[in-house]
Design a protein around this ligand. Sequence first.
Ligand SMILES: *Cc1c(COP(=O)(O)O)cnc(C)c1O
Length: 483
Amino acid sequence: MSDPIIDRLRVLEPLTRPLEPRAEERAALSRAAVAHTESFLSWLETAPAFCADEGSAAAIADAPIGRDPIGMERALSLLSHHVDGNGQNTTASGFFAFIPVGSLYHGALGEFVAAVTNRFSGNFLACPGAVRIENQVLRWLASVVGYPETSVGNLTSGGSMANLTAIVVAREAAGLKARDFERAVVYLTEQAHHCVIKGLRVAGLGECVQRRIPIDERFRMIPAALEVAMAEDERAGRIPWLVVATAGTTDAGAVDPLEAIAEISARHSAWFHCDAAYGGPFALCAEGRRILCGIERSDSVALDPHKGLFVPFGVGAVLVKNAAAMRAAYSFTANYIPRAGQLLEEPSPMELSPELSRPFRALRLWLPLQVLGVAPFEAALEEKLLLARYAHARLCTLDGVEVGPEPDLSVVVFRALPRRGDPDAYNARLERSIQEDGRISLSSTMLSGLRYLRLAILSPRTHKDAIDHAIDIIREKIQALAS
Ligand SMILES: *Cc1c(COP(=O)(O)O)cnc(C)c1O
C-alpha cells in the first residue's frame, strides 16, 4: 500500500536539489561572483563618484521574482547595469559626501566566509569560537578607545543601533520608569546625530526633556553651558539623566570637549554616552588619540567599524563599561535555550543585545585585522586626518571660497561666496553642478544657519591625488558658476 506522505516526499526531494549546489556548481557560481566583483573593482579605479540612474526601475521590474529562475548570469548583469553603476558610488576615491565608506576586500571575504559557515554567533554554547572571536574584537575596540578589559559590548548592524543599544542600557541603569520619563533630561547639541533622537523615541523616551546645549564657533558643545543646564534641572527636581557627546559630528567632524563633559556628567551622576560612530576609530593613531582624549571616561560609546575601519556596511559596535548594567538591560531566560541567563566563561551576544539570531559580524572585522595587522589601519587613519588638513589649507587658497574652521578630524566645510545674490542658493547650485559632473561627490549641510559644502574624507582609496583632483574640480565649478 502506498503512503501518500512518502510518495510526495519522493517527488519533492529532487525538486529541492537546486538549494544544494554541488562542488562544480559552487565553483562556477563563485567564479561568476568573483568575475563580477573584479570587474566592479577595476571599473572603480577610474569610476565617477556619482552616476545618474538610467532605467533601473524598468529593468528591475522586468525581472520579477517568480517560479522561473533568471540564473546567475542575468542576475549579476542586472546588478552591474542597474545597481553598481548607478547612484552614489560610496566606495570611490572621489566620494566625499556624507561619511564615505570603504568595503575593505578582506572584510567582504570575512562576510562571505561567515555566511557560508553560518555559525550561530549569538550564544557561547552554540559556537564558543565565534563568541570568543567577537569578544576579542570587542576587547580590541575597547582598548582602542581606552576602555578597561572588564567592559562589555556588542557588534550591531551600525551606529544607529549602537546608540539605541546604549540608550536602553542608560535607561535601565538609571532605573527610569514611565513615571520618570517627563522629568528625565538628555543633554546634547544640535549637532548630535538624528539617530540619537530616534533612538530615544524607539526606547520609549520620546517625551523626556531634550536640552540642546549651545555650541562654540567650532561646532563643539560648550561645557559651561552644560554645567548650568544640569545644575538648573537638578534644582528644578528634574533628573539629569543622560549626556550625549559626539566624537566626530557628521556635519563638520567636530569633537565635543570630552574631558570636560565627563567631569560635569560625573558631578551630576548622569550617564555619559559618547557617539563616536564616525570619529572613534581615529583613536588608533596618536594624533587621533590626542583629539579624542576623554572618550575613555564615558560610560558607553558607539562606534562604526563600517566607517572608520573601512569594513563593509553592517558593522557597528557599542561598548559599555558597566557590564552588569548592560547584562541587566538585555539578559533573559528561555526554556529552549540552554543556560540562558547564566554566567558562562564568556558573555554571549544574545545577552547584551535585542538580537538573537544574527550574522557572525565579527569576522568582517577580525579577518582584516588578523590578515593585515593593525598598522595599515593606523596609517590610513592618520593619513585621513592629514588629508583633511591639507584639503583645508588648499581650499583656503581658492578665490571666492570661505573655509570653515580647521577640521578636528576628516571633514572640511566650506562655502563659495558669490559676488552678488544669495550665498545659500549659490552653494546649492555649486553642489548640483558638482553632482551632475559626477567625478566627485560632495554633500552639504546647514551650519549656523548657512549652507556649507562638506568634503568628508574617509575612504581607504582616497589619497593625496584624489584631494588634488577634488580641489581642481571645485575650483573649476566655481569659476564656471561665476562666469
Ligand atoms: C553615521 C553616524 C551615525 C549612524 O550610524 P549608522 O551606521 O549609519 O547607523 C551615528 N552617529 C554619527 C556621529 C554618525 O556619523
